[in-house]
Design a protein around this ligand. Structure first.
Ligand SMILES: NC(=O)c1ccc[n+]([C@@H]2O[C@H](COP(=O)([O-])OP(=O)(O)OC[C@H]3O[C@@H](n4cnc5c(N)ncnc54)[C@H](OP(=O)(O)O)[C@@H]3O)[C@@H](O)[C@H]2O)c1
Length: 245
């Protein structure tokens, strides 16, 4: 199976932590030059850049808030300098939890903006830079198909990713651009107390056919598959990376 990305350029949003960092690494190890973006954490960005450079290749990290159109334009300037983009990974997303009765419109908007609209914005901006036979992969979530109480906004945004992916696969397919998504279950960060509550993590691990949570590296391997030639006839899908929920 051809998972190499030698000579290709990849843009990964949210590349300083979790799935984004693991994906940036996996793509760089496969030979791609990576442009990563992040929101605030300069120190983490420098550490990721050092790690990417150990794999060889030309890599860059750009500070850009994908909820801000002007930041995305700046990110595109960096991409333009580097040349055509062969792989876009829309990874940025924020987790959020609130029962509907306590979910103000402002919070709803923020989650939709960060998890769904940012993918539309970055994909649209990068469109003129995409090479022939390029691949767009967006990180969704198993929450879209399963539904999780207290995560109406998150689930709705991630379900939007599924629709965005299918529509764009049809629209961009004739240009040779493939558009897919991955839908991970809860990621095992290895850090107790971080992110999703322990009770929900344990329940999701029990519910999965494989009896455990997924790692960021395992999600990254699925993104790598969708990014390159190994999946050249695959488009419009949302690949569940959830251990069989
Ligand atoms: N973690 C899970 O269990 C899980 C499960 C299913 C799906 N997902 C999805 O997987 C994706 C990654 O999740 P994760 O948990 O790995 O992420 P994470 O650890 O929270 O990292 C988020 C990354 O995105 C960056 N970021 C956040 N907001 C941004 C913004 N507005 N503009 C630019 N960059 C921004 C962060 O940069 P800074 O550090 O500089 O802020 C960081 O690099 C998300 O779409 C998430 O919904 C996650």
């Amino acid at each position: 199976m051809d998972l190499r990305l030698d000579g290709k350029a990849a843009l990964v949003t949210g590349a300083t932590r979790g799935i984004g960092r693991a994906t940036a690494r996996a793509l760089a190890q496969a030979g791609a030059d990576v442009i990563g973006c992040y929101h605030k954490d300069e120190e983490a960005a420098e550490a990721v850049l050092r790690a990417l450079r150990e794999t060889g290749g030309k890599h860059r990290m750009v500070r850009a808030d994908v909820t801000r159109p002007e930041d995305v334009e700046r990110l595109m300037d960096a991409c333009r300098e580097a040349g055509p983009v062969d792989v876009l990974v829309n990874n940025v997303g924020i987790d959020a939890s609130a029962p509907l009765a306590d979910l103000p419109e402002e919070d709803w908007q923020h989650v939709i903006e960060t998890n769904l609209t940012s993918a539309y914005r970055v994909t649209r901006a990068v469109l003129p830079l995409l090479s022939a036979d390029s691949s767009v992969v967006t990180v969704g979530s198993s929450a879209a198909a399963r539904g999780v109480p207290g995560r109406a906004h998150y689930g709705a945004a991630k379900a939007g990713i599924v629709g965005l992916t299918r529509a764009l696969s049809k629209e961009l397919g004739p240009k040779g651009v493939r558009v897919n998504a991955v839908a991970p279950g809860i990621v095992d960060t290895g850090t107790p107390g971080s992110g999703v509550p322990a009770e929900l993590r344990a329940r999701m691990a029990r519910m999965s056919a494989l009896g455990r949570l997924v790692t960021a590296e395992e999600v990254a391997q699925s993104v790598l598959f969708l990014a390159g030639d190994a999946s050249r006839y695959v488009t419009g899908i949302t690949l569940n990376v959830d251990g069989g929920l």
